[in-house]
Design a protein around this ligand. Sequence first.
Ligand code: DGJ
Length: 731
Amino acid sequence: MKHFMITVAFILFATITVNSMDKKIIRISTERTDLVLQVAENGRLYQSYLGERLLNDADLDELDWSIHPASDASVSRRGWEVYSGSGNEDFFEPAVAITHNDGNPSTWLYYVSSSSHPVDGGVQTDIVLRDDKYPVNVTLHYVAYVKENVIKTWSEISHQEKKPVTLSAYASTMLYFSRPSYYLTEFSSDWAKEAQMSTQQLLFGKKVIDTKLGSRAAMHTHPFFIVGLEQPACERQGEVLMGTLGWTGNFRFTFEVDNVGNLRIIPGINPTASEYTLKRGEVFVTPEFIFTLSSEGTGKGSRDLQEWARKYQLKDGNGSRLTLLNNWENTGFDFNQEILTELMKEAKDLGVDMFLLDDGWFGNKYPRKDDKAGLGDWEVTHDKLPGGIHALTDAAREAGVKFGLWIEPEMVNPKSELFEKHPDWAIHYPNRDVYYYRNQLVLDLSNPVVQDYVYGVVDNLLKENPDIAYFKWDCNSPITNIYSPYLKSEQGRLYIDHVRGVYNVLKRVKENYPEVPMMLCSGGGARCDYEALKYFTEFWCSDNTDPVERIYIQWGFSHFFPAKAMCAHVTSWNKNASIKFRTDVASMCKLGFDLGLKELTADELLYCQTAVANWKRLSPVILDGTQYRLVSPYESNHMAVNYVSTDSKKAVLFAYDIHPRFQEKLMPVKLQGIDPYKHYKVEEINLMPNGKSVLAGNGKVFSGDYLMKVGLHVFGFNSMQSHVIELTSVE
Ligand code: DGJ
């Protein structure tokens, strides 16, 4: 059946290569978007259209590659070259720049051929370009996911010159727009301050968002953005491009508005400090750039990306997720076998699926009793945990929960046996003072021997302890002291080959242990991209678990990721917020806890147990349903979001009062995405024991139409209050 659907999609949306009026046209289509490319008289490939899908095939002939040139057309027929080379008549930022064997830095690419074939969810188009003076090939790849309206694109560069060439630009793709105005929404970040949204108009010149951190690469900005076309991005209307790069290392997004007010967007690996020597025959594969063009605002764009991710990109995107109790915020490094055994019992009592042991369980010569030592020595600390991991998995089994384990296998502390044995495995200069970030160094994963070692960390743990059911894979340091003892004179490859080395390891883990879910963590949310998420089932959004801050952080990430990929834990950050508020905020993502249950009152514990049970019951709606962002915390003192099950029989509404103003005007919240013709029973859940709902509509039945047009009064005047409302179709 799946195969049949793929074939149908291919027939309907296959790239059509038309030869009419001497035009060679390549069309990359989803149900709602067309990206049209055209070979010009000069033999080069240009973008002639990117916008809402065109209804009439014949209209493609009307598109002209040269309608967007410089103001004086007699001077220039510049056009929008799809993968713009360097040293040509285009005076703006190129996609690719290569220094050839003879020192010539120019690359002009000419169309050679194109083909398309069906793939899961859509159609893949491959276009071959070639330089006419140098044996350099570029292949552009596009996968159009028809129904989800998502396009994934990447490029491959190779050559047959005698000696290596040097790549100094190697974008994943290039996209162009001609609109009266452009507004960029970026997602800046820092430790405990992830996914902060801000918007600015793009005017003449370049705006660059990039990172040079190497491994904890997205610490200061995340690999995704939104461009509002003609107006700042809005949730429910207006045209927006939403794009994200699948790369766990340095990335760069360039937005350049040229002399005639056209915008080009160039996403890719950040080439800074990465002049790449490409050997003859070697293929340089760029990361995937994934985008959607929504004409119904960011809400629709996010829903399409979330759906696409669950179906085609995220590891185990259709699977369930484990609720958990973590010990990091509770015990830090200070635990032993007895304390952990108690926590496992608490996990069971709480009703979660798993206990997750965090940092501090390993190292003997240099035990990991704080963050100064031990990284690299992945052997249990015998003094601290005499029974080893076995005793812990046994205790978990006895308690009736699964057991998960924290690792940070890409790192080494200089105070470790690993560093003593293999100092040359760590990235650092041979001749300078060493700069440490969190007292550690990054292992050199450009070196295949080090890749084997890092894979071995996971492999050994799982071979010796097959009951480990989950890993939290952390990465707390950027690459510091940027020199690879392995790469020697080819240091320009380090940032890139290191990330590829990480992927080599992750591929092996996934191939050999496909059933073990893993959380991607990087000192909070400094790793959150769709290449890593091929190997991880979820990511840790932030160490900041203050529920007020989390509302903003989760709101930001939700623009690109489904709730099931986003881990949210209830902790003791901001104790001024009730346990209910903290739990209700975490419940809109993948729910976990990281606090000692002993610090809760009996009522609070009962509340948490009920909330866990409710979340598990409703997880098909929250994790696999469709998400609608209703009220923005950036535009009000509140926040609301609802999820609707795929059959629209169930919905869950989460509503939060953050810091309302005195006597401010409170508006009802209008739901979205439910069936207007169905009737829904409205029930407030997640109430404190003996608590009564104060919501006017609680217990009543309303039509979906009423709920979406009139709405429910769910907001109040008190700070940090929340309501979780379950809606059930009564037909
Ligand atoms: C950073 C992570 O974000 C935390 O959750 C915790 O795992 C610590 N590292 C442990 O060192």
